[in-house]
Design a protein around this ligand. Structure first.
Ligand code: CP3
Length: 346
């Protein structure tokens, strides 16, 4: 088909390949943009930025104005769920998130129901963005996957291989399951709230899925994602959902089959023939430019963009990075990438 779609992003998710793949970037609102840094400084703390609807909406729209991406992602964070569960969540400048660590004994006193009034500003930001955004540009809502959110809740911060959460899952699987169950139930409610507030698509970020051995991956990444997808679709049967089990590698076909997501986001280490033959034949694929190639620029960037297109653009592709854009990325390189993707003749 040579017809040019008005809503290329949603069409890919509904099963229709586009000649020029729709494109957006994970973490597209962020520190590589001077206009973000300016508003971030004005807002004070990171959570103040997330929870001031006027600011969160503005930051969401900044990369759209600059680059005309095919999708906007609401500006928030995966750790707003622990925050709404009453955990202490802070973002220290230059250090990443800090939470009060959750040990096995404390799990019994973990709140089961989030205080969703604390997340009302996120819904309000979604409504504002939807009003201002071109109707043909998709608006993405999101949550963290239970495993990834649990890794931060247990350790209290990011760690290189999520040893604290992995250890709790081995030693105290019942306690760990309780954390996961609480996150599954509240994530379903949160995602449904985002749909109601105007999100067209939902993404589940499982950034730390790749540290799990296959059996644990099945239990802590696949099963919870499956329950979230089913729980959302029980009330919103047509909900479009993208999964991002980063680092899942050869477990991706199992993830796709079990969870019934409409698309998976793949990291830059994904193996193209496995993806084409066992993943892209079932669902749309989103990815997977190495964010470091985007920093490098020049011929290396052109080559890396061409590889993604050559590997995946013959099927259903949403062009994206393999993980979030990094703060030191030059804006000119983002422009170079977009020009090449949009000039694709497939
Ligand atoms: O993609 C977007 O533009 C939407 C906004 C978004 C943020 N975080 C804003 C943010 C999204 C989708 C996230 C998801 C998120 N948050 C994930 C999963 C995706 C991924 O990138 O792996 C994770 C693991 C988190 C937790 C988190 N939040 C960490 C580890 C950090 C610190 C690391 C860093 O990049 O500084 C954050 C802070 C954060 N979340 C920033 C932004 C723009 C930087 C904060 C700042 O401006 O100081």
């Amino acid at each position: 088909m040579t017809q040019i779609s008005q809503k290329p992003f949603l069409d890919v998710l509904s099963g229709h390949r586009q000649n020029v793949p729709p494109v957006w970037m994970m973490r597209q609102a962020g520190r590589y943009l001077p206009e973000y840094r300016e508003l971030r400084a004005k807002a004070g703390g990171f959570l103040d930025l997330c929870f001031t609807p006027e600011y969160a909406a503005e930051v969401t729209l900044q990369p759209i104005r600059r680059f005309n991406f095919d999708a906007a992602i609401i500006f928030s964070d995966i750790l707003v769920i622990p925050y709404a569960l009453g955990r202490s969540v802070r973002f220290e400048a230059g250090e990443g998130p800090r939470l009060d660590p959750l040990d096995t004994e404390q799990v019994t006193s973990l709140a089961t129901q989030a205080d969703f009034s604390k997340l009302e500003p996120v819904y309000e930001a979604l409504r504002r963005v939807r009003r201002e955004l071109d109707p043909n540009i998709a608006l993405i809502g999101f949550c963290g996957a239970p495993w990834t959110v649990a890794t931060y809740m247990v350790a209290g911060q990011g760690t290189p291989d999520q040893a604290p959460a992995r250890m709790m899952a081995y030693r105290h699987p019942e306690a760990f399951s309780k954390i996961i169950d609480v996150l599954v139930e509240n994530s379903i409610q949160y995602l449904l709230g985002q749909l109601k507030a105007g999100a067209d698509v939902l993404q589940i970020f499982d950034t730390w899925a790749g540290v799990l051995p296959p059996r644990e991956f099945q239990r802590w990444s696949i099963e919870p994602a499956k329950r979230i997808v089913a729980g959302v679709r029980a009330q919103a049967p047509d909900a479009k959902i993208i999964g991002f089990p980063r680092g899942a590698g050869a477990m991706l076909p199992a993830y796709v089959e079990a969870t019934a997501v409409n698309a998976v986001s793949i990291d830059w280490a994904a193996e193209p023939s496995l993806i084409r033959e066992r993943v892209q034949n079932r669902v749309a694929v989103q990815g997977n430019l190495d964010p470091l190639a985007l920093i490098a620029g020049g011929a290396a960037l052109d080559r890396a963009v061409d590889d993604v297109l050559a590997n995946y653009a013959s099927g259903r592709l949403i062009f994206n990075l393999g993980h979030g854009i990094q703060p030191e990325t030059p804006i000119a390189h983002v422009e170079q990438m977009l020009k090449r993707v949009r000039g694709y003749k497939g």
